[in-house]
Design a protein around this ligand. Structure first.
Ligand code: ATP
Length: 355
């Protein structure tokens, strides 16, 4: 059992930065869990606190049911893979992978056999005699993973494991990492600031902001129902439309003076809300219609099979993702039609209202 329980973790650095502000998380045994958030939100501090490389000011870390809060890193039985891989440049791949076994005083023959076996599992069998400087970024990443795996830890802690790879290699390494985690079924916590990476890889995601967990959920949950406007604006490869609105007498929401259907919400007329809808969940028309927001087309970006169209309307900029060959509105004015079942409303405090 290697579930990870974090309770009330607090950490303030000298100088007064609160990196962890009462963080509580339950990570299940065998789960692939992402810590996601913008730069400086405390992701690395949290991971290092789980590893024992950083001491929290308060709170507890439990791994496999055992309270490890006071244990040094070496006795927590978890392996951390660093962003820069931290390989020893003068050692061969084989020696790098075997290094933690040497620390654990495993004998030479067994060490080499285990290193070779782990290297084989990661497709590094032919590279055992090379040094890190003779490897590609992706290969170095695999060596770092192999080194972490060789000791068969209870959990892997990965700090931005893909950030040193170029875009194409990143995709390959991502698929590889996911398959590996599925096969090993080992608890894996990884840090990323890349929401697409978190959505693609994780079973569940914790979204952090300024040392606090703002939402925990599956990729589908955080994408479909962000718990607050922070998560709504952070998740998604094209930014969510977040528009100021006022509830009308009939329950629709007035955005830039246009009444838009918004699903059940139970709010009284006159209440101020944020009307949220993803650019993927709106239609774009060339003619006016009820429930359609008018705007002047200002930017068209090609995304491959789709285009991202930005329109300037009464309520500010509105974005729509349309098919690559869909006609753009003639005359420069378009009408954006949100799909009512995909609309979310947020209150003045930024919290989700839509039932
Ligand atoms: P990034 O994605 O940029 O790596 P992060 O989310 O991992 O950021 P942390 O590295 O955990 O964030 O840092 C959280 C906050 O604590 C930041 O404001 C950072 O400047 C601060 N911080 C981190 N380490 C220290 C330190 N050793 N001393 C003082 N402040 C620190």
């Amino acid at each position: 059992m290697a579930a990870i329980e974090l309770a009330g973790l607090r950490k303030t650095y000298p100088g007064g930065v609160t990196a962890l502000d009462s963080v509580g998380l339950s990570i299940a045994d065998g789960e692939f869990f992402a810590l996601l958030g913008p730069s400086g939100c405390g992701k690395t501090t949290l991971l290092r606190t789980v590893a024992g490389l950083e001491a929290a000011d308060g709170g507890a870390v439990r791994i496999g049911g055992e309270d490890v809060t006071a244990l040094p890193p070496g006795r927590r039985d978890v392996a951390m893979v660093f962003q820069d891989y931290a390989l020893f440049p003068h050692m061969t791949v084989s020696d790098n992978i075997a290094y933690p076994l040497r620390i654990k005083k495993v004998g030479g023959a067994e060490r080499r056999a285990k290193a070779a076996e782990t290297a084989g599992a990661l497709g590094l069998g032919a590279l055992l005699g090379r040094r890190p400087g003779e490897l590609s970024g992706g290969q170095q990443q695999r060596v770092a993973l192999a080194r972490a795996m060789a000791v068969r830890p209870r959990a892997f802690l990965l700090d931005e494991p893909l950030s040193n790879l170029d875009a194409r290699l990143r995709l390959e390494a991502r698929t590889f990492l996911k398959r590996l985690q599925r096969e090993l079924r080992v608890t894996c916590v990884f840090v990323t600031h890349d929401q697409a990476e978190a959505l693609a890889l994780a079973d569940r995601i914790a979204v952090l902001e300024a040392g606090r967990v703002r939402q925990t959920g599956t990729p589908v949950e955080v994408f479909r129902r962000p718990a607050n406007t922070f998560v709504a604006s952070f998740i998604g490869s094209t930014p969510m439309n977040l528009l100021d609105g006022v509830v009308a007498e009939d329950g629709r929401v007035l955005v830039g003076g246009v009444p838009l259907p918004a699903g059940p919400h139970g709010l009284a007329a006159g209440e101020r809300v944020t009307f949220a809808v993803r650019p993927e969940y709106v239609g774009l028309r060339g003619t006016p219609a009820p429930g359609a927001l008018p705007g002047r087309v200002t930017v068209v970006e090609h995304l491959g099979s789709t285009r991202l169209v930005t329109l300037d309307g009464e309520a500010g900029p509105v974005r729509a993702v349309v098919d690559e060959d869909a006609p753009l509105p003639a005359g420069g004015t378009g009408w954006v039609v949100p799909r009512p079942e995909r609309v979310l409303l947020y209150g003045a405090d930024g919290g989700l209202i839509t039932a």
